[in-house]
Design a protein around this ligand. Structure first.
Ligand SMILES: [Fe+2]
Ligand SMILES: [Fe+2]
Length: 290
């Protein structure tokens, strides 16, 4: 069976590499925590929608999902309290949102029936939970290496959330394995959904992080990878719907301009030496922290 795991950002930087840079800059650190808060909050909304779509069936899944919503609401609460205590922003975080990207990429594909919809929802939840776990455990490790009163507080909150997220991943793995066991057709459906959502998640993750020059073309490359996981007859339609948005993304341009402007105001010399060439060439300047 496919082991569905998120890959590194553009196969180069691990969550640990990225977070090692993030914790060095308080402003970016707070934005990152606020993004976690936002994602937890949003997942309550998404899980509630799923419960409504299922409309009582299967009963066991509905029950388990209601517990899941409660967990995610707790995580959002703990992160909100933390950000409040640290005096940080509680509004919608700036930049391109991972969840919005994920939903946009999802929206281009069609789902045939309720059972497939349920399998796809489980696969989608599972792969995003894995990304969450990867980030939280890397974040905890980096905070352990950089102790301070503030970092210790942040670490305590993440350590409270982490075991529950690991539990969500195990739950998703178990549910998908149960469905796959029902028949060879179910096995096939589960396999296909896993591959599809790993590709979608990776594309969403990368388009949220990648604002460098040439990002649009890399997005198209990721869309081709998603299309390859779909049935043959769905591929042209998926690409026709998704490629224009990848190429003409106003949000991406805005994020780029904001970033360039902020960096220009902070340090014009650094802007010309490092950031501008990096944007133009699409190369990453964040050094691998090992
Ligand atoms: Fe969570
Ligand atoms: Fe979770």
């Amino acid at each position: 069976m496919t082991v569905a795991y998120p890959r590194k950002f553009r196969n180069q930087l691990s969550a640990y590499d990225i977070l090692s840079q993030v914790v060095k800059n308080r402003e970016i650190h707070m934005i990152t925590l606020n993004r976690y808060r936002f994602n937890e909050q949003r997942s309550c909304k998404d899980l509630t929608n799923l419960i409504e779509v299922l409309n009582g069936k299967p009963r066991e899944l509905v029950k388990e999902l209601s517990h899941h919503v409660k967990d995610e609401a707790n995580h959002a609460e703990w992160l909100t309290d933390l950000l409040y205590e640290l005096g940080a922003d509680l509004g919608t975080p700036p930049g391109v949102s991972y969840i919005d990207n994920f939903e946009r990429l999802l929206g281009y594909s069609s789902i045939q029936d309720q059972e497939t919809g349920m399998i796809e929802a489980l696969a989608a939840i599972n792969v995003t939970e894995k990304r969450g776990c990867e980030y939280f455990s890397a974040h905890i490790k980096v905070l352990k290496e950089n102790p301070s009163p503030e970092n210790d507080k942040i670490r305590a909150t993440l350590e409270r959330i982490m075991p529950e997220e690991a539990g969500h991943v195990r739950w998703g793995n178990r549910k998908l394995a149960e469905v796959a066991k029902q028949s060879p057709e179910h096995y096939q459906k589960v396999e296909q959904a896993k591959q599809k959502y790993v590709a979608i998640e990776q594309a969403a993750y990368e388009s949220g992080m990648d604002v460098l020059g040439g990002a649009e073309l890399r997005r198209v490359d990721n869309l081709l990878k998603i299309a390859n996981t779909l049935p043959l007859w769905e591929r042209p339609q998926y690409l026709l719907k998704s490629i224009p948005d990848a190429l003409f993304d106003g949000e991406l341009q805005k994020t780029r301009l904001d970033l360039l402007q902020q960096s220009w105001q902070k340090d014009p010399a650094q802007f010309f030496q490092n950031l501008l060439p990096m944007f133009l060439s699409g190369e990453l300047s964040v050094k691998k922290a090992k």
